[in-house]
Design a binder for this molecule. Sequence first.
Ligand code: 7PM
Length: 271
Amino acid sequence: MQQILNKIRSGHWVVMGILNVTPDSFSDGGQFNRLDHALKHALQMQKQGAEVIDIGGESTRPGAKPVSLDEELQRVIPVIATIREYSDVAISIDTSKPEVMQAAIMAGASMVNDVNALHAEGALEVCANQPVAVCLMHKQGNPQTMQDNPQYADIVDEIRQYLVARVSCCIKSGIRSENIFIDPGFGFGKTLENNLSLLKEMQQFCTLGYPVLVGLSRKSMFGALLGRDVEQRLVASTSAAVIAYRQGARFFRVHDVAETCDALKLCEAVL
Ligand code: 7PM
């Protein structure tokens, strides 16, 4: 993770590949097949240019039902341990639960990606006492209802203030400032118009002094704008990544690793 932090600090981009660990898609094949599939997917993304693999048990997604602690642990920890066994790629744990953070770190994760920005009791402490990077994301409301009627007076200002406040909490708790990423949280309690404003004003997050991670990949904002199903959002997703890159975002959480890396290589070559 240290190498990745240095790379971003010196102005380069990094791609984080999203690893699917949904239980439904491969549950028929049993534990071995599930782990084998996750490992293959992770190694493929690494080969395509992902330097971090983000692993989540899906409890934090918009509209998702909460997942119990035991279930989340059972979903993600064996996957982390398996990838750690076969690859040195950096692993990020996408969770809001301190117990999952702790277990994931023990199993080899070096980053905590929390859409809840370490609000859960004990989360700050877990991250403060370990050599891990953290990503603090903004969201309005909770995953079940946040898309119902999001409202902001000044969305950019509100999210900036929120992220700055969360960064302060982290630093007060003993998390090193060099280990902190911020993320405006596209799609988390945001209308299409809100998401477009955030993308337009990306620079205002990139000048706060912390590297910015963006998650735009295949998001429903592209469905709303273009009328495209989730598997037809590649061009919009990579284009949006380029727009964010041009304003200073350097960390990209994506499904389509090879294509995003191509676009970002072009960006960097031009600059
Ligand atoms: C359904 C809707 C499934 C939305 C999954 C999602 C982000 C994240 C997610 C993000 C950070 C997705 C989202 N989005 N973590 N986790 N930033 N840091 O599109 O934007 O993958 S879940």
